[in-house]
Design a protein around this ligand. Structure first.
Ligand SMILES: *[C@@H]1O[C@H](CO)[C@@H](O)[C@H](O)[C@H]1NC(C)=O
Ligand SMILES: *[C@@H]1O[C@H](CO)[C@@H](O)[C@H](O)[C@H]1NC(C)=O
Length: 411
């Protein structure tokens, strides 16, 4: 009864118009949806999100399809010297395994000054993202202890290379450097104008161009990663199988779709962008496993595949002097290339991840102390707001307990 009377109250011509309007809206939405489906674009994404990139210093805003085309068409142009190195690396096999670290001394006044100047010269619109975050630069001397962990648990590593911005740790005796050598960013960055950089993604995006001395097979560690029990070379490269490499994956999968980009953290966004770009160059749209946050296993021949097929992406990441939403996630990309062009052994997430901060300091150090033998590696992510002598001593004590043997290069 009441429904009838309600319809009665609305004039007939209005009702007709209403129905017509709804029909039009449905047609528009469904056609847009179909259009997106056919062109392989996320429906709401095409309406709200466009992606900004700086290419050769120029800011560009792309829709997804332009990005797709862009990635398919731009390999990196090599210099003569780079071509020679590439030819040698591609013609040789792995004979042994090296190890590469990246490290920065964030308390170095020169470094702080350079950070500030670069930030100002870029006039970055979002200063808060680029502000100086002490914890991501200053450290608990983890590099020193990580080096001890290599000697203790992975003595089969041949050479160790530490990539820095021309810095040498004060505790390092360069006269007794043993098998450790330093590489500065300017030694291997393809575009010197991308320097100085304060972005680890940028630093890693140039790994295809490492000096010739670095073995074709190498492990890559951030300075907050440690071996925590004896590991074998075959855990990473199987010598009996022509140095077949392992990759370490988590159980998490991620595709290339994001309906509300804001919900993702920077790391996930970088994986998302990487997946989009991969979908574009390989025409494969699928979910991909997220890498474990531990020891990374690299073969230089795979890196050259990335240089050839993903040059445009690597150049964009290389040019981001600070972490940026347009960064690609380099270890994720590498693993996808390794999966496509070699037959890696799939290892599982074998890293104990400890997130340290000032509140949980004692508790987490205790966990660190008791965590030997549980996993092959430990990542000690330092979210400390400050370090004082007391904290420094506690952390040194814990590390000295875990890794007591000093190397000759330690002052
Ligand atoms: C990120 O990069 C874009 C262009 O690629 C640039 O316009 C923007 O300022 C950068 N953002 C930050 C926070 O550096
Ligand atoms: C970092 O630089 C500061 C300032 O030059 C210095 O005091 C400190 O010892 C350095 N730390 C390391 C580990 O090299």
């Amino acid at each position: 009864m009441s429904r009838l009377s309600a319809t009665k109250r609305i004039p007939k011509y209005l009702l007709k118009r209403g129905v017509f309007l709804i029909a039009v809206i449905i047609v528009i939405i469904s056609n847009t949806f179909l259009f997106c489906k056919l062109r392989d674009i996320d429906f709401p994404f095409v309406l709200f999100n466009r992606i900004g990139y700086t290419i050769n210093g120029e800011n560009k805003v792309f829709d997804e399809h332009t990005i797709y085309n862009y990635f398919q068409s731009k390999p990196i142009e090599l210099t003569e010297k780079e071509k020679r190195i590439k030819q040698i690396v591609l013609s040789r096999e792995c004979e042994y395994v090296d190890l590469v670290y990246t490290w920065v001394n964030g308390s170095d006044p020169k470094h702080i000054d350079s950070h500030k100047k670069t930030r100002m010269s870029l006039q970055a619109d979002d200063i808060s993202v680029n502000r100086y975050i002490p914890s991501s630069f200053r450290d608990l001397n983890t590099l020193k202890y990580s080096l001890r962990s290599v000697r203790q648990y992975a003595p089969w590593i041949k050479n160790i290379f530490i990539i820095t911005a021309n810095q040498i740790p004060t505790w390092f005796d360069i006269e007794n450097s043993e098998n450790v050598r330093f590489i500065s960013h300017s030694d291997y960055f393809h575009k010197k104008s991308d320097l100085p950089t304060f972005n680890s993604n940028s630093i890693e995006s140039n790994f295809w161009n490492l000096p010739i001395e670095v073995s074709n097979c190498f492990l890559y560690l951030n300075d907050d990663i440690f071996f925590s029990r004896p590991v074998k070379q075959s855990d990473y490269f199987d010598e009996n199988k022509n140095f077949r490499q392992s990759v370490f994956l988590t159980e998490y999968l991620m595709g290339r779709k994001a309906y509300f980009l804001d919900l993702y953290d920077q790391y996930s966004k970088a994986i998302l962008f990487s997946n989009r770009a991969l979908a574009s160059i390989w025409g494969q749209d699928r979910k991909r496993s997220i890498p474990a946050h531990g020891i990374q296993v690299f073969n230089r021949k795979i890196w050259y595949k990335m240089q050839e097929e993903f040059g445009a992406g690597l150049e964009i990441t290389s040019s981001n002097k600070f972490r940026n939403i347009t960064d690609f996630q380099i270890s994720h990309l590498y693993i996808q290339f390794a999966l496509r062009y070699s037959k890696p052994i799939i290892g599982s997430d074998d890293v104990l991840y400890i997130q340290l901060n000032n509140e949980n300091f004692d508790e987490k150090l205790e966990i660190l102390k008791n965590s030997r033998d549980e996993t092959n590696s430990i990542c000690l992510n330092d979210g400390l707001e400050f370090i004082n002598d007391d904290l420094q001593k506690k952390s040194d004590d814990t590390f000295n307990f875990l890794f007591p043997i000093k190397s000759n290069f330690e002052k």
